[in-house]
Ligand binder design. Structure first.
Ligand code: SF4
Ligand code: SF4
Length: 245
């Protein structure tokens, strides 16, 4: 049986011709590799859990390969939310934003196929998703880091978080999050809140915070000198209230 490979392209309107060229080139080359079942869609982050494309992800068997424009950490926790049986050992995750050439990516895929693929598979098949999801913006929790302090639940004014049966914070109303607001990632003491589309590499999950006990920002607001007399939390709440109310 062919190995499922999900390619999550940038959701239009991405306005990024270089990215489109890279996706097109990669797809063309992957079709020449035997043993894959390619599903080409848009950003995993943007799909709702009830979408047909997500059902394909939920139905696919492991081992599987996932290529996206998000950090591997973000992809891991998005997949874990969709698949309770997610297994790190049998999932190849590639972040297209890393400076790997198409040939390097193909080499990584081929190694994965050599390890898990079916040598009897001689061709690669492809399905392309044509329905474009709406762009979304919401936090993704890394439960490998979360310490269940519930700061995020208490901090968010928009009811994005709630407490689950295991007394953990969980994202219950993702689409109530304010577009472009990463405020709760700054109050999380464990650096466990990821916004995959944010351009700070710590908040997007590409880089670790300097200290795991520090907020997940490269330049904590607490270090900004212009308003040092005002407590940091007050300023974060002010920032949050300014968002699109
Ligand atoms: S603030 Fe961070 S560590 Fe605390 S519950 Fe939320 S995600 Fe977990
Ligand atoms: S980013 Fe802002 S609106 Fe979104 S969940 Fe965090 S605190 Fe709430």
């Amino acid at each position: 049986m062919n190995i499922p490979l999900f390619l999550f392209r940038k959701t239009p309107p991405a306005d990024d011709p270089e990215a489109v060229q890279r996706e097109t080139c990669l797809l063309k080359e992957m079709k020449t590799v035997a043993g894959l079942q390619i599903y080409s869609g848009y950003s995993l982050y943007d799909y709702s859990e009830s979408s047909d494309f997500v059902r394909k992800i939920q139905a696919a068997r492991f081992p599987m390969a996932v290529i996206s424009w998000q950090s591997v950490r973000a992809t891991r926790w998005l997949l874990r939310k969709l698949r309770e049986d997610f297994t790190e050992e049998e999932t190849l995750m590639i972040d297209l934003s890393e400076q790997k050439s198409v040939n390097e990516i193909l080499t990584v895929i081929q190694k994965f196929l050599d390890r898990f693929g079916d040598t009897a598979s001689t061709e690669t098949k492809m399905e392309t998703e044509t329905l474009i999801p709406s762009r979304r913006w919401y936090p993704v929790i890394d439960y490998g880091k979360c310490i269940s302090c519930l700061e995020c639940v208490n901090f968010c004014l928009f009811g994005v978080y709630t407490i689950d049966k295991e007394n953990r914070s969980t994202v219950c109303r993702p689409d109530s999050c304010r577009d472009g607001c990463p405020a709760c990632s700054r109050v999380c003491p464990a650096g466990a809140i990821i916004f995959p589309e944010y351009d700070d590499p710590v908040i997007s999950g590409r880089m670790e915070a300097v200290s795991s006990s520090a907020p997940a920002v490269s330049q904590p607001l607490a270090l900004q000198k212009s308003d040092s007399a005002k407590p940091e939390l007050d300023r974060l709440i002010d920032q949050l209230e300014d968002f699109d109310l």
